[in-house]
Each structure stands twice: as structure tokens, then as C-alpha cells.
Write a protein of this length. Sequence first.
Length: 407
Amino acid sequence: MPTFVIIGGGLAGAKAAEALRERGFEGEIVLFGAEDHLPYERPPLSKDYLAGKKDLADFTVDDEDWYREHDVDVRLGTEVTIIDRLTHSIGYDDGRHQGYDKLLLATGSGSRRPPIPGADADGVHSLRTVDDASDLLASLTDGAKLAVVGGGWIGLEVTANARQRGVDVTVVEAAELPLLGALGREAAEVFAGLHREHGVDLRLATTVEAITTDGGRATGLKLGDGSTVAADAVLVAVGAKPNVELAEKAGLELADGGVRVDASLKTSDDDVYAVGDIASAEHPLFGTRIRTEHWANALKQPAVAVAGMMGEPGVYDELPYFFTDQYDLGMEYVGHSADYAAAVFRGDLDTREFTVFWLDHESRVLAGMNVNVWEGLDDIKELIRSRRPVDAARLANTDVPLSQLGS
């Protein structure tokens, strides 16, 4: 019987094991996870877990009974160190080896750690694992001061939860606006206003020279303009670093910071597939290579990769999707807005109940984002998939149903 090995103990790894058994794979499945916890979902770490609404068990993908009943060999707390493609084996834990017939890489990402002086002090946090979240949560007490380096999704979600716990928060962002790179200026202004209204001190277009310390513990930040920020804890949230080291050492082709895969999620080696944060995949709709670090990829890509591993290659053509919850703002985004030409708003920005669309130079919808609007996502997807130009004025007019646009 064949042996399929999964490297990665997150949502993607767990979903791959599920998909293999659901498809009737009867061979051996070995899943390697670097953490000591069973695979779990990561979005709650900066959302419901920090808000005290969920415990780890609530977002663990499958319990021990499931892995036992489905005969999945889960090896936790195990760091895979090498892939030997010639011998079809991986090495781990002091030279031990495991053979494979097919291999799935689901290694995810780690937190970027910029070379900031003082970054190794006590009280400096990153957020990638549930243990990271637990350590950070202990510092979010009423009246405490938190300095957040980075105004991306993780930084802002932590900021929102911290403010709701009575923590004073200062966010330092090198760009002119938080989320500027992800959403563009027009939508980024909305999030800047949201956080200012909730008492967040936004220091924008500002760099961090050092994390100040006293007795080996962080006391705040020294900024590039010479000012300082006092803090009891510091969160460094300046983005994710895809864990591609194993793939690179194995000689697999890389692209756009990730592992190069085709639309079936197969790497440059016919017996190795990659999913999730590390997968730089050809997207048949956009005609470009896309790599995103979002929950939806980890959830849905494994089924396509598993089909290919079992000799039934498919195509991953799902639209990129992510969501956020910050204070009273809930948002869903779908599509790929890179290199957009115009942003069109539909709805009421003052009450933050609107949809924003990103259009290309031919007035085709690249992406859409619902803010506190809980309908129409399927219509947005259809507009994106149609690849037909739309009239911006009609798109902005709430009296015109989305279903009538792009036709």
C-alpha cells in the first residue's frame, strides 16, 4: 500500500488527511506537525480567542478520536528537516527518516521578525500560534499599554480586541495608512478612521528604530522621528514569512516568495504538492500567479491537491477570500485587487454599511468587499468571474441590483 506524507500541522494538513480518507485512500497517512497541538485554525487567534469567545478546542479541526478512527499517524512536536526527492523520503528528529510515495507540503508561514534592536526582550510578542496568543492575552489587562508594530490585519485585529479589554494601544505603521498595500488608499482610510474613533493612537508613515528595554524587558518603542511610545508589551506584526526552506533545500522551484505550483497545486516534482500560504499557484481566471496567506486556501486547496496525488488532477480556481471583525465592523473580501485602476463604493460610508469594488483599466471587477453588508457575496463573485466591463455609476447605485450589472 502507498504512503502519503503531509508536512504541516495546521488547517491545510488536517483537511488533506480528511480528503484522502473521504476519497477512499486506503494507504498509510503520516502527518507531521511542528507544534504539540493537534491541527487547528488560525484566524481565531487574533479574533475570538483574544476576545475570550473561543477556546482551543473550539477551533481544533479534528479530535484525537478522528485521527485514530481514520488511521492517520499524527506526529506532533516533530520538525521535518530535509526532503530527499531521490529516495522519496523525509528526515526528522535526529536523523530518523520516513518514506513517501506522494508528499504534500502544508508548512504555512511564520511571523516576520525584522532586525529591530530589543526585539528579543521579554514582553515582545508575535502572533502565529495558540501559545503565542496565550502569552499575548496575559498582557492585555485593563489599563495596560500595548505598542503594535505594523498596521496589517493581525495588528489591527489584536488592536481592536485589546481596546475592548481596556488596553491603551499605539499602532506604528511605516505606510501612510494601515492596510494600504492590501486595500488601497480609499478603503484603508475607512479602517484608519475606525481605529481612531476607538481611541487608538495611530503613528503612520513612521518607522521603529528600537524597542526600548529595562532589565531585559520591553518598555516601549523609539521611533524614527525621535519620539517614544511607552508600553507594557509590544506586538511585532509586520507580516508573514512563508515557510519554504524545506522546499528550497529540496530543489523545488520557487516563485513570488512561495513554492511554484500549477493550477492542480503540483510542484516541479510530480510526486510533491503544496497548499496554503506557501503555494504560489497559477490562477486560471486571472491569468497570473497568486499566493495568499488566507484561511480559505488552507480550507479548500487540499481537496484539489489530494485529487492530484491520487491520479485525478483537478484545478484550483476558487477566488481568494478573507474576512475580519474589528469592533462593530465585519467584512468579507473576495477576489484579487492587485494593480487596480479604480475603487467604487456602493452604500453608506458614514454608517460603514457599504461594498467597495476594485476595477481594472477595462472596468472589469477584480475584487469586492462587503462591510457590514451580509448579502450579495455570490453576486460579487459572479461579477468577478464574468470578466465583463461594468458601468461604475450603476455599480455605485444601490437601486441597481448587482445581478443586473456586467451583462
